[in-house]
Design a protein around this ligand. Structure first.
Ligand code: ZN
Length: 382
């Protein structure tokens, strides 16, 4: 049993790079690591581990042999394989795609292996590629490190997993993988599929067969913010975790729901995230195997860096200063970033978005009422 938080990290992870103009810029990871280090969080309470790439056999914990071969066959930017989602606008082909994608899986798996050995907390910022399907790359995600890690852990040590995903996009790949089992309870809160990729994540998708009731979706209207995020955490995640009693918490902490993010239309701030992170810290204490935290979306690199550094501080029961270090701000400016917040926590007004607060709240009322009626009874909750 180790009291230190495991943080998989390697410069080689930065080679997962589709194209220079693709939104999934590896700079988001580099800046997060640099900032977390600069404010002193990567000290003796954190074990930074250099992860090996995943093996082909490990990829096979989820993916089909045919798909693994297809990714491996990719030889450069002109490669196109519609069936397997490679060479599409979302997932452009690049020569080292197989190596880069197996490194991402390796990083999350390293955290998973440590947890099987007794580590109680890990944060893998490169992980959380929740859209990848068994035989198809999707939404910037080639291999699904989340599913591979959960399958690995459950193979080594049977356990009940609560997967909570607050990325702006529905965690479809993870949901699909565990749709028919009660051994993984997936809970995703996201901008509704009516207005955002991947188009799924409706309330009526609540599992099948033995897994009926064990996929939970809370779609939000564009413009939803902290009030909605906090309400979903308090009224859905907390009661479900109490009835489900997971052995392990796995979270996808994509921050593309932040109001500054360019790809989605949600309006979370650091206040909402902080509430949820503090709640997850408490929830993890009730899980025998602890908490495997993963990254996810987030397409404003400096914003991602400050939020994931704040998350790390909260996981470690530490705090961050009010302002980002001057040295970090100067570095970001030198690197060409012009407009970004210079404090860890958001201050001031969030711009009003799209629809009235009342409309957003009323939509969530209806969604929660449906969940109570259709899904909560599977958990003995009314
Ligand atoms: Zn996302």
């Amino acid at each position: 049993m180790s009291g230190r938080l495991v943080y998989p990290w390697s410069e080689a992870l930065l080679q997962y790079r589709f194209r220079h103009d693709h939104p999934l810029d590896p700079d988001r990871l580099r800046l997060t690591y640099v900032l977390s280090d600069m404010v002193g969080l990567l000290d003796e309470s954190v074990e930074v581990v250099e992860p090996p790439a995943a093996t082909r056999e490990e990829l096979g914990l989820f993916h089909s042999a045919e798909f693994i071969d297809a990714v491996r066959a990719c030889d450069g930017p002109d490669y196109y394989d519609r069936r397997h989602g490679i060479g599409t606008p979302d997932n452009p082909a690049f020569r080292e795609i197989y190596e880069a994608a197996t490194r991402y899986v390796g990083a999350t798996l390293e955290a998973a292996k440590r947890m099987v050995q007794g580590t109680r907390m890990a944060f893998c910022i490169s992980g959380g590629l929740h859209h990848a399907q068994r035989s198809e790359a999707s939404g910037f995600c080639v291999f699904n490190d989340v599913v591979i890690a959960i399958n690995y852990i459950q193979q080594e040590r049977p356990c009940k997993v609560l997967y909570f995903d607050f990325d702006a996009h529905h965690g479809d790949g993870v949901q699909n993988a565990f749709y028919r089992t009660p051994d993984v309870l997936t809970v995703s809160v996201h901008q509704s599929g009516r207005t955002l990729f991947p188009g799924t994540g409706h309330v009526f998708e609540y599992g099948a067969g033995e897994g009926t009731g064990y996929s939970v979706n809370v779609p939000l209207s564009p413009g939803a913010g902290d009030a909605e995020l906090i309400r979903v955490f308090n009224e859905v995640v907390i009661p479900l975790s109490k009835s489900y009693r997971p052995d392990l918490l796995v979270t996808q902490l994509g921050v593309d729901g932040h109001f500054l993010d360019p790809l989605a239309q949600l309006a979370y701030t650091s206040t909402g995230y902080e509430h949820v992170l503090r709640g997850l810290v408490e929830l993890a204490k009730t899980c025998e195997m602890g908490w495997l935290a993963l990254g996810g979306g987030g397409y404003h690199p400096v914003n991602v860096a400050r939020l994931w550094t704040l998350f790390l501080a909260l996981m470690l029961a530490r705090d961050v200063p009010r302002d980002l270090p001057e040295e970090f701000v100067a570095m970001c400016r030198e690197d060409g970033y012009r407009s970004f917040p210079t404090t860890f926590r958001d201050t001031g007004q969030v711009p009003q978005m799209y629809v009235s607060a009342g409309t957003v709240a009323a939509a969530l009322d209806r969604t929660l009422a449906r969940l109570h009626k259709e899904v909560f009874p599977y958990h003995g909750l009314a």
